[in-house]
Ligand binder design. Structure first.
Ligand code: ADP
Ligand code: MG
Length: 239
């Protein structure tokens, strides 16, 4: 589904990704962990072309993101959810979810509205559709952001620490929606430090440090019996 081949990424002269090789299979659920500044967000953003790379290649279903003509199609099919929700503050939940299908896909408003209402119901917000973001909790806002991404009918979803800006009691409702998506067979790449989620949902956990993929394996292996010292040290700090 997504392939990174020997990816090197610099910001100016500062290298932040080193020879990253990674393949995400169709319907695979991959969790990425690692210290702050290790390049997790940058890697995720490379997967949908939000960041350019200096050497190597990123492919989505065999099509290189280096081909700028493909980028629009790829961004549509690769959905992304951020730590901060980035909703339009003056639009209701429903309008936030309708926006992409109407403006990007040219869907009729009536149809987009109907679809948006279905998606908001799916994430448990049937009764909040007409609220603006400031009238929603952080967990509700993040669920709107997930519904908005789903409205584009993505084939894979990227989540960048989707619960780390939330109060602890609101984390569960967002993870529940993500687990539901996983159960439906959505391909997902999730940066998170929610170890319960990783153990329950991930087919594979990757540990990243200083711009490199250090370790990759089944959740029980990487989280339970890590091979690398750096993984052990990281896990002992966060658990
Ligand atoms: P993580 O998500 O693992 O915390 P990031 O991918 O955000 O890591 O950052 C990796 C490195 O790239 C860090 O050293 C960070 O300071 C740097 N970096 C991230 N974004 C930018 C940017 N837009 N310009 C310059 N440096 C950046
Ligand atoms: Mg990050």
């Amino acid at each position: 589904m997504i392939e990174l081949k020997q990816v090197n990424k610099y910001y100016g002269s500062h290298q932040v990704l080193f020879d990253v090789d990674l393949t995400i299979q169709l319907q695979e659920r991959v969790v990425i962990i690692g210290p702050s500044g290790s390049g997790k967000s940058t890697m995720l953003r490379c997967m949908n072309g939000l960041e350019s790379i200096q050497t190597g290649d990123v492919r989505y279903r065999g099509q290189s993101l280096l081909d700028k003509r493909k980028l629009r199609m790829i961004r549509r099919e690769v959905g992304m959810v951020f730590q901060r929700f980035h909703l339009f503050p003056h639009r209701t939940a429903l309008e936030n979810v309708m926006e992409g299908p109407v403006w990007v896909k040219g869907m009729k408003k009536s149809e987009a509205r109907e679809r948006a209402a279905e998606l908001l119901a799916k994430v448990g917000l049937a009764d909040k559709m007409n609220n603006v973001p400031s009238r929603l909790s952080g967990g509700q806002q993040q669920r709107v952001a997930i519904a908005r991404a789903l409205a584009m009918e993505p084939k894979v979803m990227l989540f960048d620490e989707p619960t780390s800006a939330l109060d602890p009691e609101l984390v569960g409702e967002v993870l529940t929606v993500m687990k539901q998506l996983a159960a439906e067979g959505m391909s997902m790449v999730v940066v998170t430090h929610e170890m319960g989620f990783a153990r329950e949902v991930a087919d594979r956990v990757l540990f990243m440090d200083q711009g490199r993929l250090i370790e990759s394996g089944m959740p029980d292996e990487v989280l339970g019996k890590p091979r690398e010292e750096r993984t052990k040290a990281f896990l002992s700090r966060i658990l």
